[in-house]
Design a protein around this ligand. Sequence first.
Ligand code: GLU
Length: 236
Amino acid sequence: MSKSDLNQLRRLVIKIGSSLLIDAEGRLDRAWLQSLSDDVAELRQKGCEVLIVSSGAVAVGSETLGIDRHRARLEGLQAAAAAGQVQLVHAYQDALATHGIRAAQILLTPDDTEVKRRFLNARGTLEKLLEHDVVPVINENDTVATDELRYGDNDRLAARVAQIVMADGLILLSDVDGLYSTDPRADSSAEFIQMLTSIDDAHLAMAGESGTAMGSGGMLTKLQAARIATHAGCAT
Ligand code: GLU
C-alpha cells in the first residue's frame, strides 16, 4: 500500500505489536500511544474509519503481576492478560480522548470469526460501534482462549477483523519498517521489498519467526495475515 493509497482508504484496521507499545521495562509507552492517536485522528478527519487491533495485554500484565511470561504456563499468561488488558484499553481510551474520540473494547476468540453465526454477530457489533463513531480496540480474549483454540498472534486476528468489517486497508505496525528479503536485524544485505502484488509459498518460506522478546508474530504471521486480507479484497 502506498502513501497515496492511504489517503483513499475508507475503512482501515491498524494492528499494533507489543514491541511498539511496551518499553524495555515492560511498561506502556504512552508517548508512542499518543502519537498513534494523533495519526488516528488525522485519518478520521480525512473520512477514514479506524479500528485498532492491539497486542500488549500479556506483556503489560506480566510486569504488573511479576510473572515471567517466557516461563509462565497458560494460566499465568491468562492472569497476566487479564491484568494487562484493563490497563491497555484504558491507555487507548485516554490517548484517543485527547482528540475527543471514543473507544470501545472488543475481545474475540477464533470461534467469533470462524463460526458463521458468531462472525455475523461480531460484524453487527463492530458496525454499530463504527456507526456511533467509536474506535473499536480489539484483542484476542486471552483469558479464556486455550492453547488449542487461540489465534496466538494478533496478525491473523487483525486480518480476520479486516475481513469481518470488509475493510479496504490493513496496516500491521511492528518494529521492522516493512518486508525484507531476509531479517534486516541479522543481515545488512537484506533488501527492502516495496510492493507484493500476490503472496505465494516462496514468500512465506522467506519470512522469519518473531525476532524480539516482546513480540510473538514475526514476518511469517504478517505475510499469512496479508494473504487472508488480500483474499478478502483488503490492501495490506
Ligand atoms: N493477545 C496478546 C496480548 O495482548 C498478543 C498476541 C500477539 O503478540 O500477537 O498480549
